[in-house]
Design a protein around this ligand. Structure first.
Ligand code: F0G
Length: 359
């Protein structure tokens, strides 16, 4: 029996936005129905700022991060062009996403990750989807250099965001935001690592203004971890270090595009301490019910820091992309919390009531 797509089933970002994507005509979509993620109103941050603050919850994508938007595009094109194997360097999310889309397309996934610096959930995803995982004694930047070298010398297609097709898929997040709000927000905040995402958002917003779907552009503000903040200092970090391992990148591939996004929009890059990032992660989970991985909270931490520094956002609209799901890295989320369970009781109502302080 052929499934009939119902009128309300989101088709994935290629079919929803095919006429706006620069991919070869007739490319069949390899999709897990990514995109169409919720824009959740943050009562907590709206209350603090006097702005309307929205969270673009990208952890709701099929493999739990925004990477699926670019990966559906990159894998679809690679498969259409006859690739048999694909390779990527990753801090974890790209590899999880690539592995899933590659096997769906019948391609062999090869993953290069920095040894010991990948959250367990992401590593599990790559392994369970059947990727060949190679751990590199080095950082993400080393992995990307090797991935490029492999793709130049061997029959494997590179699907990192240096592959322009990735940004084509990722720019659909801006389209969704404008389609939902009816206009671009005043500000867009997001974490920045290898800098593909901020570049893709900026491209998407600009294209929507050019086609008349939006009448203005947001101010783009990117946030990095203090120990991996090349876009803030203007210099590569040879030894990037942060607990937000997803953005542990010292020499971003899309450096120039990201600078253009911040520069042209009147935005900026700001560094945050790991403590600021982790505090924002916890506050977001306990206030808004949205559990994101550490790196994904950088935009929220950035807004809190801006408020602390005396900036005013009253009356504006702010979209913050929270890029990946909290379940990918529970170890970091629970670090330092001590005893996780308050009480262990006998199996009866009275004991539970007493332990809960109800009597
Ligand atoms: N947030 C998360 C959860 C990420 O995984 C990444 C990047 C970013 C933000 C930053 O996005 O690189 O486009 O600036 N992760 C890459 C990876 C590096 O390999 O999964 P970016």
């Amino acid at each position: 029996m052929t499934a009939k797509p119902g009128p309300h089933q989101w088709r994935g970002v290629i079919e929803e936005y095919r006429d706006r994507l620069d991919i070869p005509e007739g490319t069949p979509a390899i999709t897990l129905r990514e995109g169409g993620t919720p824009l959740v109103s943050s009562e907590w941050l709206s209350g603090l700022t006097g702005a309307q603050v929205w969270l673009k919850v990208e952890g709701d994508n099929p493999t739990g991060s925004f990477k699926d938007r670019g990966m559906t595009a990159a894998i679809s094109v690679a498969a259409f062009q006859g690739a048999k194997a694909v390779v990527c360097a990753s801090t974890g999310n790209t590899s999880a996403s690539m592995a899933a889309y590659a096997v769906k397309a019948g391609l062999k996934p090869l993953v290069l990750v920095p040894e010991g610096k990948i959250a367990a959930g992401k590593m599990a995803q790559a392994i369970v989807h059947g990727a060949q995982v190679i751990m590199v004694r080095g950082n993400f930047d080393d992995c990307l250099r090797i991935a490029r070298g492999l793709s130049e010398n061997y029959p494997v297609a590179l699907v990192n965001s240096v592959n322009p097709v990735r940004l084509q898929g990722q720019k659909t997040a801006s389209f969704e935001i404008v389609d939902f709000l009816g206009e671009a927000p005043d500000f867009h905040f997001l974490p920045v690592g290898n800098a593909g995402n901020i570049s893709a958002y900026w491209m998407g917003y600009n294209e929507y203004v050019a086609s008349g779907n939006a009448t203005r552009l947001p101010v783009m503000r990117g946030f990095q971890a203090e120990g991996a903040a090349p876009l803030v200092t203007g210099e590569p970090f040879p030894n990037p270090e942060t607990k937000a391992t997803a953005i542990r990148v010292g020499n971003p591939a899309s450096w120039k595009l990201a600078e253009a996004a911040a520069g042209e929009s009147g935005g900026s890059f700001t560094a945050l301490t790991d403590n600021e990032i982790l505090a924002a992660q916890h506050k977001l989970a306990s206030s808004d019910g949205v559990f994101v991985e550490p790196a994904s909270a950088a935009g929220v931490a950035g807004l809190l820091k801006a408020l602390e520094d005396g900036e005013s956002f009253t009356g504006t609209s702010i979209v913050i992309t929270v890029t990946g799901h909290g379940l990918k890295d529970t170890a970091t989320a629970l670090e330092g919390l001590g005893d996780l369970v308050d009480n262990i009781v006998d199996p009866d109502v009275e004991s539970a009531a007493a332990a809960a302080g109800l009597v």
